[in-house]
Design a protein around this ligand. Structure first.
Ligand code: CA
Length: 528
């Protein structure tokens, strides 16, 4: 993908993604006024805001509008060359049906293996690798959240300084656990999500649980025997470490806090004995997603992520892309890129499940777009999807997991994986944590201060204007591509190297400010 930038900085700039496209987006900060003339003579008939589309040729009513070489809509009236093409002037195409899709038809040229790249990480007993060394306290139910929060604060204030190799203490709080139809078939989604997050590689296999006692999600249902990896310190048949608040031994609130702190010490001791060691880049498990997207997302930041995705796959790492409603309109591209027919079938199954889920709420994938997306020049979900899919790069898609599943339980150790999740930033991040992500890459155009306590999040800005204003929140400025200052390749490599540095302990902006979004479970099952 090499977007064509019409002119150099300081002049009217527009970006067309592919030769066949009949629209381009205006790149200049603040947009361009009516009467602006580009070098090739195209004149704007009206003000076109930054990131919004301009008609490159006359588009009579009913003309397919092409961006990324794909029909993103049909003009509702005659639009002469130089017109502003926005969501009010387009009819959206129907979603592609899920039958007769091309199956594993793209034979991607084999990219040479990328060797010699490494980072300093924490090797776990089960072979997985953490990029952080965090004590996570699992909770079975929301009822215990306040107590755990109180205990975590005391652990940080009074204990953490004695364990210098431990990065942080995190309470895995959530809104599940009781008041829910726990035997409903779809309850498997939230339950396995919580289970698999507890086993995220950044927590070193040190699982401790705080439960209330009377809740539906009992501790041994959440973490049944055998799911926690066996280690020298934790041999076979070691009982689950549970502090139960309703235990009769607890007399008074402080007795609960002291129990949690006593158990925390045991795990902090073991976590503190770990040291970073040199680990090949193949052990990175990267989750990519976007949030607060604009029309630049698919031009600058997402292609940079896509380039880095290809580098990671070549290095033998695992990369997950997600966000069902943002890839649904590109399903034909994805099934074509499947490494095997089985992978394509699994993707189709995930899409069909989600189509049904949305239909139950009387909506479809078009419910995804936000007012900010539209203000940022994205007319509809088709245009947004084409820009979103680019994060997945060009490698064959070699695996698929369902919401809340882990890569480990599906036997996936490398390659490009479609991890089916909602596009909601918080739910996508939560499910990618459950999948086993040890590095998160997040692109944004409108701007979001998103961060996670459980895993480093590298944020990539789509525009220089955002990167300038949010200079202490954005880790990488992909807007330099639209400014003509850097290429996708250059920034793709920069992001790849940044991932290795961050994996080795370098803090992201979100970590420096301790910006932590809540875990949000995907629960399609009934509550009671
Ligand atoms: Ca998202």
């Amino acid at each position: 993908m090499n977007p064509q930038v019409a002119t150099l900085s300081g002049k009217p700039l527009r970006i067309r993604m592919q030769e066949v496209d009949n629209v381009a987006i205006v790149a200049n900060d603040g947009g361009l006024p009516a009467g602006t003339v580009f070098d090739d003579g195209l004149a704007l008939r009206e003000h076109v805001p930054q990131a919004h589309k301009v008609a490159l040729v006359d588009l009579p009513a009913g003309t397919p509008v092409l961006r990324y070489g794909v029909v993103i809509g049909y003009t509702l009236k005659d639009l002469p060359a130089g017109s502003w093409v926005n969501e009010h002037l387009l009819r959206m195409p129907e979603a592609r049906e899920l039958d007769d899709l091309p199956i594993a038809t793209v034979k991607a040229p084999l990219q040479p293996a990328l060797e010699g790249y490494s980072f300093e990480g924490y090797r776990n007993a089960d072979g997985s690798v953490g990029t952080r060394n965090i004590l996570a306290i699992t909770t079975t139910v929301q009822c215990v959240a306040g107590v755990v929060e109180f205990a975590v604060k005391r652990i940080k204030d009074e204990l953490l300084s004695q364990y210098p190799n431990v990065d942080d203490v995190v309470g895995l709080e959530h809104t599940y656990g009781c008041g829910v139809a726990i035997d409903a078939p779809n309850a498997k989604f939230p339950i396995r999500t919580l289970r698999n997050i507890s086993l995220n590689p950044n927590f070193g296999g040190e699982v401790m649980v705080v439960s209330l006692g009377c809740e539906k999600l009992q501790a041994d249902r959440l973490l049944p025997p055998g799911v926690i990896p066996v280690t020298v310190e934790r041999p076979q048949d070691t009982p689950l470490d549970v502090v139960c608040l309703q235990d009769e031994a607890h007399v008074g609130f402080m007795s609960m806090i002291e129990s949690i702190m006593r158990q925390a010490r045991v795990h902090l001791e073991r976590l503190n004995a770990r040291q970073r060691e040199t680990i090949p880049a193949s052990e990175l498990v990267v989750g990519v997603q976007c949030g607060g997207s604009d029309a630049f997302s698919g031009v600058t930041a997402n292609p940079v992520v896509g380039f880095a995705t290809d580098l990671l796959v070549r290095a033998g790492a695992t990369v997950m892309f997600s966000e069902v409603t943002e890839v649904r309109d590109g399903i034909a591209q994805l099934t074509a890129r499947a490494a095997t027919p089985q992978v394509a079938e699994e993707m189709i199954r995930e899409m069909a499940w989600y189509d049904d889920y949305l239909a139950q709420g009387s909506v479809d994938r078009s419910a995804n777009t936000t007012p900010g997306n539209k203000k940022g020049g994205l007319s509809n979900i088709v245009e947004k999807a084409m820009g979103s899919i680019i994060k997945s790069g060009t490698a064959p898609i070699s695996g698929v997991i369902s919401p809340g599943e882990s890569l480990r339980e599906r036997g996936i150790k490398s390659g490009l994986v479609y991890a089916a999740t909602p596009a909601s930033d918080f739910i996508c991040g939560t499910l990618q944590l459950a999948a086993g992500m040890n590095m998160h890459v997040f692109t944004t155009g409108r701007g979001t201060p998103y961060g996670l306590a459980e895993c480093p999040v590298i944020k990539v800005a789509t525009r220089s204007d955002l990167a300038r204003r949010w200079h202490d929140l954005m880790d990488l400025n992909a807007g330099r591509i639209a400014d003509g200052e850097a290429s996708i390749e250059e920034l793709g490599w920069e992001l790849f190297r940044m991932m290795l540095d961050v994996a080795s302990g370098k803090k992201t902006w979100a970590e420096k400010w301790n910006l932590h979004n809540a875990l949000v479970l995907f629960n399609p099952a009934p509550v009671t």
